[in-house]
Design a protein around this ligand. Sequence first.
Ligand code: NI
Length: 258
Amino acid sequence: MFVDTHCHLDDEKLKNDLDTVVKEFRAANVGIVINIGCDAATSELVKRQAEKYDGMYFAAGIHPMDVKDATDCDLEKIVELAKHDKCVAVGEIGLDYYWDKTFKDKQKEYFAKQIALANELKLPINVHVRDAMGDAVEIIKANKDKLTYGGVMHCYSGSVETAKELLKLGFYISFGGTLTFKNARAAVEVAKFLPIDRILTETDSPYLAPEPKRGTVNAPKNIPFISARLAEIRGETLETVERAVYENTLALFKKIRA
Ligand code: NI
């Protein structure tokens, strides 16, 4: 059974035909899908979607780009959602300096606050970092006593050195469609180096469809292409990668029932 640990099925491109999206990923043997919220409203939406389908879970959190207008009231809403049976992580949370650098301090504040919330809720974190890895690792290190339940770095694009630091901090590393792209040199190095018990797979649907589907609307049904590329890079069989990712998923997201 394959796993998609990070997708956005509340997106306009997917939500209107969710029955088909689900039917297709089940047909592709993708048995566990984690639908990720980006603020209080989308976290509520992904919760409602997850309630409808077996094998679908969700994460509630405020994405770094969405903390700009966020308030404590939104954090309270996230806490309420996170208590749901099918909420398996707090996320996506993190830092993103790519689009807008004008509220870095608020991003850092909300990242740290949500790490603390996850710990109180006994949940792992799902972390998004773009153009901010140095600051992100610093915050993770400063809060490592609040990372009892671990975390995953989603769509990892950093160096092997940073990956080593993250492993020491108890993190899993998740790979998406970008691993299958021709220019994925850094990610390929990391995928080769990682111990098999720290690897996860994701699509980040509807974004970043893997080869040979690049340029199309991404969906969880495309996970096998990413797993196959991981297996090829690591010199392992597809079955080995498939089984390891499944076991890693159950080890990190403890609220998922096998
Ligand atoms: Ni995402």
